[in-house]
Design a protein around this ligand. Sequence first.
Ligand SMILES: [Zn+2]
Ligand SMILES: [Zn+2]
Length: 282
Amino acid sequence: MTGTIAAHVCVKRYGRESARGHVPERGAGSVLSTVDLKVVGKFVLPGEGLPTRQTRSVRSFRIVQPTNADLAAVALPAMRLHPSPGQPGVGQSHIGGPLLWPVDEPWPEPAYSELQLYRKDFPSLPFPRGTDLLQVFVCPGGTLDGPGVRVVWRSAGAVTDVVAEPPPRPRFDDEHFHAKPCLLDPCRIDEHPLSASFAQGCKVGGWTTWYGGEPHHLLRCPECSAVRRPLIGLDTYEFPHESCSHQPKTVNPVGWKFGSLGALYVFACSRDPRHPVITYED
Ligand SMILES: [Zn+2]
Ligand SMILES: [Zn+2]
């Protein structure tokens, strides 16, 4: 089988390093197909003067069955949350339960409290030094790409008096953001893009359905220019997955709904997760 991939990119130099994507050029696996990669854009070649818009056939690629080494090279660790209805306490990682929140600290507003995750349960989260608890609020309005979030990193030991009341609902309450109290049953997986190992459902880290294929300048941290990576994904639905034996009793245990019944992804700065986060609804 042969085919053509046309990629619309703007490149400054003619070279394969300019082409984005993960089209493998060689591999030990069996050849599945061959494609021509054509690049449409403005090219400046040495000694050719002004940039001109043209289509060039960059080269042919063999699409091969990825080997285990290929998959390992693009694997991102993820932890699935596996929420199920329950009665969590402030000392537990959970979705939709009571937060370990200091009595003398105002609630973020307007925001829905959605979850808290302790370092002891989710060591792969990028906890800033001195913190061991992540708390996430969803803020209606947010960005063009959906609701925003407020992310709080704190030291659980520094909270002595815990507030008894949940945060007040925003004035224009949206039931889409209501999370029922859920206990978590986390498990670790390695995710690969565009493969069967990609897990749908709430998770920490891992891939999103598009991360890696989109312009990364959108994900540059506005404070330090480091790339922002998937921090957490809040999914409307939970499905069984071959990677583990967890069987959700319902497909929507939390009750929240994001986007067109999709997921809300939060991206955090890879250098300092306290820098501004960005959200994307998928
Ligand atoms: Zn940053
Ligand atoms: Zn699992």
